[in-house]
Design a protein around this ligand. Sequence first.
Ligand SMILES: [Zn+2]
Length: 217
Amino acid sequence: MEARVLRDDGKSIELELKGVPLSIANAIRRHLINEVPTMAVEEVMVIENSSSVYNEVLAHRISLIPFKTDLDNFVLPEECDCGNRLGCDRCVVRFSLRAKAVSEVVTVYSRDLVRETGTEVVEPVSGDFPIVKLAPGQAIEMELYVRLGTGKKHAKWIPGIATLYDGPDGSRTLYFESFGFLPPARAVLEAAKIFEKRTGELERVLMEALGDAGKEA
Ligand SMILES: [Zn+2]
């Protein structure tokens, strides 16, 4: 098997795969979409909301903001051993959002989110996402819990677009465009690692299930 980077501009990557069976290349593609963990707001605690937008709509809108993801210092909540429903320093990053319009209309953007815990890596991929407009006299105050999650649980955690197409002379090209959570090269490598871990687990359970019968010639 061979892999070669055709293009990588930090936002999207094109990889030429040679001698890689379609089933395996497609498994990597599907792992990219469904299994590579990324960070997004999973829980919102509304302290004040006198804006014209309902709490639920506000929470939904905020949860769709992609966050730059720190996979080196955080784990999925279900894999964390803290046992704390609100999480700990390894499975949650807490942000706050406070804004008030006094005499003029104020637009609240993703750049107004303030990180209270966690590492510097974790922040919205762009500060320019509008969240809500406040009329004079209106205010919002909330706490946000950013956690790792996967695309199979909710679409907000899908790391990007992944496609596979036939290249020239029997090769295949894997194209991945990141939504900004992770550099594309990192996401592809994480997908391959998770796939490898899965196949290792499968081998182990098959060996256990088949026992000596699996060793017979
Ligand atoms: Zn934890």
